[in-house]
Ligand binder design. Structure first.
Ligand SMILES: *Cc1c(COP(=O)(O)O)cnc(C)c1O
Length: 391
C-alpha cells in the first residue's frame, strides 16, 4: 500500500476525529521513524510522550515480546506478578501506598475522581463532592474528564456533563481560595499544563495550594499523565517541586508504547476503593505491565534523570539562538516554543515535509522527544527545525 491508498481508506473507514499530518509511519528505531515510502523522520514527539525509550528499544522489545509469548492476558480475577512488580516499583519510587492499574490517562483520572468523592463520602457523608481544577487544564476525553478539563471548547455537544467541577485561574491563590468552599473534596492540577500550552505552575503557588488543601482535608491531586515518568528530569514532576500530593495519575510514558495508566494514592486513601467499587478488564494486562517494568527499571536512575535534564538544557540553548523563537517554556524534555510569527501549526506541517516530527499545543510548537534520544539525533532534528523556523 502507498500513502494515498492508506489515506483513502482512512477517510472511508475511520471516524474523522483526528487532524493528521501527511505521512503514514510504519517502522522506527531510536528517535527515527520511517514512513510507508521509506522516508525518515527525526521524532521529537515520541507518540505524544509515550515512547519513553524510543522506537523498538532492545530491552523493551525483549520484555514485551517474551511476555506475549508467555501469557498475554489473565483478567483481574487472578493474581499477577507483573502487576505487583509495576505497583511495587511505583510505590518505591514515590512513597505512595497503593496503585490502581488501568489503560489510559483519562481512566487514571477517573479513578482519582472516584477516590476523592468516595473518601469524602465515607468520612463526611454526601454534599462534599466538588472538585476544583484549573482554567486551561486538560484531563482527558471521557464525559467526566472533559468536565474536569477547564476549557470551554471541550464543554460542547455531549450534554449533560458530569456535575461538580469548578475551575480556578492558575497561579492565582485568591481565586483558588474563593473556590474552596465546604462542598469541595479535592483540588486536581497539572504542574505543567501540557495541552494547554506548556504552562508551568509557580512553585510558591503550588505550595500554598497544598497547604490550603491540608488544612481543610481537601485532597491534593496531581495529573502527571504528561509530566510523569521522567519527562521533566524528575521521575514525577511533583518530586522536583518538593510536594507531597495525596493522589497522582500517570499514563503516556509509563508503558513505553503499550497502553497502561496508573492512579497512585497515599496511605490515608489506601482503603477507599474496596472490592467492587472500581475495575477494568484490561487494567494491568501482562504485556502492558512487562513494558512498564522495563521502562521503570531504566528511567528513574539518577544518572538517567540527570541526562534528561542535560538534554533539555541542550535543546534550550540551541532554541534560544534560533530565529522566530520568542520564548521557550517547560522542563527537561517537555518543551514549548512560542514563535514570533505565531505560526506553530505551519511550522509543524513544514517540519514533516523536511523530515522532522514535532507537536503543537495551543499556539506553541511542542517537543516531547524520547527520553533516550541521542545528541546526534537531537542535532539532526534541530538543524531541520532551524531551517523551517528561519525560512
Ligand atoms: C494526555 C493527557 C490525558 C489523557 O490521557 P489519555 O491516555 O489520552 O486518556 C490526561 N491528562 C493529561 C495531563 C494529558 O496530557
Amino acid at each position: 500500500m502507498n500513502f494515498e491508498e492508506i489515506k483513502q481508506d482512512e477517510q472511508q473507514y475511520l471516524m474523522h476525529t483526528y487532524g493528521r499530518f501527511q505521512t503514514a509511519l510504519v517502522s522506527g528505531k531510536g528517535a527515527v521513524a520511517k514512513d510507508v515510502d521509506g522516508k525518515e523522520y527525526i521524532d521529537f514527539t515520541s507518540g505524544i510522550g509515550v515512547n519513553s525509550l524510543g522506537y523498538c528499544d532492545e530491552g523493551w522489545v525483549k520484555a514485551v515480546t517474551a511476555q506475549a509469548a508467555t501469557l498475554q492476558h489473565i483478567s483481574n480475577l487472578y493474581y499477577s506478578p507483573l502487576q505487583t512488580a509495576v505497583a511495587k516499583k511505583l510505590c518505591e519510587l514515590t512513597g505512595f501506598d497503593k496503585v490502581f492499574l488501568c489503560n489510559s490517562g483519562a481512566e487514571a483520572n477517573e479513578c482519582a475522581i472516584k477516590i476523592a468523592r468516595k473518601y469524602s463520602f465515607d468520612k463526611y457523608g454526601s454534599g462534599r463532592q466538588k472538585i476544583v481544577t484549573l482554567v486551561n487544564s486538560f484531563h482527558g476525553r471521557t464525559v467526566t474528564t472533559l468536565a474536569a478539563t477547564g476549557q470551554d471548547v471541550f464543554h460542547n455537544f455531549f450534554f449533560p456533563f458530569t456535575e461538580g467541577f469548578e475551575y480556578a485561574a492558575a497561579n492565582n491563590i485568591e481565586d483558588l481560595k474563593a473556590h474552596l468552599t465546604d462542598g469541595v473534596c479535592a483540588v486536581f492540577v497539572e504542574l505543567i499544563q501540557g495541552e494547554g500550552g506548556v504552562m508551568p505552575l509557580e512553585p510558591a503557588y503550588v505550595e500554598e495550594v497544598q497547604k490550603l488543601c491540608q488544612e481543610k482535608d481537601i485532597l491534593f491531586m496531581i495529573d502527571e499523565v504528561q509530566t510523569g515518568i521522567s519527562r521533566t528530569g524528575h521521575f514525577y514532576c511533583y518530586q522536583g517541586y518538593g510536594l507531597q500530593p495525596d493522589v497522582v495519575t500517570s499514563a503516556k510514558g509509563l508503558g513505553g508504547g503499550v497502553p497502561i495508566g496508573a492512579c497512585l494514592c497515599s496511605e490515608k486513601l489506601s482503603d477507599v476503593m474496596t472490592a467492587g467499587t472500581h475495575g477494568t478488564t484490561f487494567g494491568g494486562n501482562p504485556i502492558a505491565c512487562a513494558g512498564a517494568v522495563e521502562v521503570l527499571s531504566r528511567v528513574a536512575e539518577p544518572g538517567f534523570l540527570q541526562e534528561v535534564r542535560e538534554k533539555g538544557d541542550y535543546f534550550r540553548a540551541a532554541l534560544a539562538s534560533m530565529g522566530n523563537v520568542s520564548e521557550v517554556r517547560g522542563q527537561g524534555l517537555m518543551i514549548g516554543i512560542v514563535t514570533e510569527k505565531d505560526n506553530a501549526k505551519e511550522i509543524a506541517a513544514k517540519c514533516v515535509e523536511n523530515g522532522l516530527l514535532v507537536l503543537t499545543a495551543k499556539d506553541l510548537v511542542r517537543l516531547l522527544p524520547p527520553l533516550t534520544i541521542t545528541y546526534e539525533e537531537i542535532d539532526r532534528g534541530l538543524a531541520i527545525l532551524k531551517k523551517v523556523m528561519e525560512a
